[in-house]
Write a protein that binds this ligand. Structure first.
Ligand code: ZN
Ligand code: FE
Length: 256
């Protein structure tokens, strides 16, 4: 079953880069290398040779290390077909529903527009790991730079049906500030109150709050809960269309 090893590399001020290693084949992928140097350092420490880069979207804090790493390791760069022109050094273009083979594992590609128009996510179902970039965050979701609320809701809905124990590897440590907002739009949520206390403890010890799990996000993330009475009541939209409620929660967060 679960066989991939996943390493979290904190870089820049709040980005997480991930290394995925398959011991069976020694394949090693880097998800969203914001910058190359800390990734190289960690690879050397681990004795892993980079074979793939998996990009979720074109923003510089996700592809900034692409070319330097490709130069150093001659690795294969994977990214969204519809965004190929904006992914530096792209070799392999993938589309919604594709199964991408990585070592002895395979992952499913989801096109999840909203944060950017060409954003994709990588789901390693067998290993219960979702790499969702800047689409879903712990207690948050990405800003809508290139998409509509309807698109983002549809994208998040693709994650919403995954199993509870799916680990959510998002690309930023934004959880503490997301939590401060979340409680304002879901104040009666006991699971959220409990999670906020845990987040405070973790951050006080400078520990990551990521990955979380999809079960926890479904229970506490207001951007996955515009269809619940608690969130609808808090934003004054009881019974309203779910996309309209989602849009209002996103608008409130943008102005928080
Ligand atoms: Zn981004
Ligand atoms: Fe980002």
């Amino acid at each position: 079953m679960a066989f991939l090893q996943i390493e979290q590399v904190p870089v820049l001020s709040d980005n997480y880069v991930y290394l995925i290693y398959d011991p069976a084949t020694q394949a090693c992928a880097c998800v969203d290398p914001a910058t190359a140097a800390p990734v190289k350092k960690r690879l050397t420490e681990l004795g892993w040779h980079l074979t793939h880069i998996l990009n979720t979207h074109h923003h510089h804090d996700h592809i900034g290390g692409n070319l330097e790493l490709k130069e150093a390791y001659d690795c294969e760069i994977v990214g969204a077909s519809i965004d190929a022109a904006r992914i530096d050094g792209i070799d392999t273009q993938v589309r919604d529903g594709d199964m991408f083979t990585f070592g002895s594992a395979s992952c499913k590609i989801f096109e999840v527009p909203g944060h950017t128009s060409g954003h994709i996510a990588y789901w390693f179902e067998e290993d219960k790991a979702l790499f969702c970039g800047d689409t879903l965050f712990a207690l948050g979701c990405g800003r809508l730079f290139e998409g509509t609320p309807a698109q983002m809701w549809h994208s998040l809905s693709k994650f919403k049906v995954m199993p509870d124990d799916t680990r959510v590897y998002c690309a930023h440590e934004y959880t503490a500030t997301n939590a401060e907002f979340a409680i304002t739009v879901d104040p009666a949520n006991a699971a959220l109150q409990e999670r906020m206390a845990e987040i405070k403890t973790l951050r006080a010890q400078h520990k990551p709050t990521v990955p979380s799990t999809l079960g926890l996000e479904r229970a506490t993330n207001p951007f996955l809960r515009p269809d619940t009475g608690g969130v609808q009541k808090a934003v004054g939209m009881t019974g309203a269309d779910v996309v309209d409620v989602f849009a209002e929660v996103r608008r409130l967060k943008d102005n928080f």
